[in-house]
Design a binder for this molecule. Structure first.
Ligand SMILES: Cc1cc2nc3c(=O)[nH]c(=O)nc-3n(C[C@H](O)[C@H](O)[C@H](O)COP(=O)(O)OP(=O)(O)OC[C@H]3O[C@@H](n4cnc5c(N)ncnc54)[C@H](O)[C@@H]3O)c2cc1C
Length: 379
């Protein structure tokens, strides 16, 4: 681009921070506006599959992540009652050879710190909640913040998650739907599990119905194990990542699971519980002067562990589409065209929850290279 547009990114989550770094790589200094004042170290994991790690490597954060992440050896599927193994996929050296990167599992806060450390100095504005957005087609977009300040940008990127204010301003109000599924999360020191099998693997125990499952994998270079268990629930009122759950309830819900799975749940002392929400896919993500990425445009169930990965891929592809292009509106169309089909397919796959239940061919998801994939630059 000869003269770069001024770019504002609403939201400093995984997608927004990735976009700021990717933009810097093409010479665009974006400003990132984040509603929270500080990033809290919420007790949550992140499972990054090879496609996500490859995209992050290109952003220059991969080495930092490898310092604390665990590298699961295999991704294993087991049946909840018999323990029968129905799928096994190599995820470490073999995945690196095949997909260009391994799977990494880590504390979400470690990923956030690594991303924040690569965002250009002065670009991240904390405590800036975008409250009002006014578009003028072909002109600048005005942003008003809850602290009474305001700014204007040539290009607005909505990376503000499932409740996106940017999405609402672009396409009108709607609400995410409670899926009828809740998730329990717990972190266990691995030393409490001595003797348990596959502690260096990602294991998914498939339950008696599509929503009931237990996933476990190592964190912190294997010092901790993360447990993620989902099941149906009729009603949910509070939406939060930090609502305490009950370990007794967790054990009771999965009392019929295989003894090996129950032994892991028996070691869970502190449990968090949250509800899973989704939205219907959007037909369009752009309006010529603004676009969306990540959960703002395609929130998905966590059953393929692709929400963050897709947000990171979006960020890379968006920057590539803007690179050297003077017509922003066309670049945004090219971005949407490049990303829509893949993310919609993963959204649908995440909802049906059959991913790698049997068999082990993950090539179309894990083999995607956001830095090299063809992009719809028909502009
Ligand atoms: C239980 C669970 C487990 C998951 N596990 C995985 C996993 O293992 N692997 C994986 O790839 N994905 C996983 N995901 C999905 C993943 O967490 C999300 O897809 C990902 O965080 C989306 O990133 P994002 O940047 O689009 O949105 P978010 O992470 O939601 O970030 C949005 C940011 O915008 C800010 N914001 C919101 N509104 C405003 C505003 N008006 N003004 C300014 N700032 C604003 C928010 O404070 C936030 O910082 C999981 C999701 C859930 C629910």
């Amino acid at each position: 681009m000869s003269t770069h547009p001024t770019v504002g990114i609403c939201g400093a989550g995984i997608g927004g921070l990735s976009a700021a770094i990717a933009f810097k790589r093409i010479g665009i200094e974006a400003e990132v506006f984040e509603q929270t004042s500080v990033f809290a170290r919420v007790g949550a994991d992140i499972n990054l599959t090879p496609n996500a790690v490859r995209a992050l490597d290109g952003l220059g954060v991969g080495d930092e992540l490898r310092k604390t992440a665990a590298r699961p050896q295999f991704r294993i599927s087991r049946m909840w009652d018999t323990g029968e193994e129905t799928s096994r996929l190599a995820m470490s050296e073999e995945a690196e050879e095949k997909f260009g990167a391994p799977q990494l599992t880590m504390h979400r806060a470690d990923l956030m710190s690594a991303l924040v450390s690569r965002v250009p100095d002065g670009a991240l504005h904390m405590g800036k909640r975008v409250e009002n957005i006014e578009f003028s087609v072909g002109g600048t977009t005005s942003l008003a913040f809850t602290d009474g300040t305001s700014t204007s940008v040539d290009l607005l990127v909505g990376a503000d998650g499932i409740h996106s204010a940017v999405r609402r301003a672009m396409f009108g109000a709607d609400h995410p739907t409670f899926t009828g599924v809740v998730a329990f999360r717990a972190v266990i020191p691995t030393e409490k599990l001595s003797g348990a099998a596959d502690l260096d693997c990602f294991t998914k125990w498939w339950g008696p119905d599509p929503e009931t499952q237990i996933v476990m994998f190592p964190l912190n270079r294997g010092r901790d194990m993360f447990v993620f268990a989902t099941c149906p629930q009729d009603e949910w009122l509070e939406e939060s990542w930090t609502t305490p759950g009950s370990s007794a309830e967790l054990r009771e819900l999965y009392r019929d699971f295989h003894p090996d799975a129950q032994a892991i749940l028996a070691a869970c002392d502190e449990v968090l519980k949250s509800a899973l929400y989704v939205r219907d896919p959007l037909e369009s993500w752009t309006n010529g002067v603004a676009t969306l990425l990540g959960d703002a445009c395609h929130p998905m169930m966590p059953f393929m562990a692709q929400g963050a990965g897709q947000a990171i891929e979006d960020a890379v592809v968006l920057a590539r589409c803007l690179d050297g292009v003077s017509d922003v509106a066309s670049a945004l169309s090219a971005y949407q065209q490049s990303r829509w089909e893949r993310t919609a397919q993963i959204q649908r796959g995440s909802r049906s929850n059959e991913w790698l239940k049997t068999g082990g061919n993950a090539d179309w998801v894990y083999g995607y290279d956001a830095w090299g994939a063809s992009i719809g630059l028909s502009v």
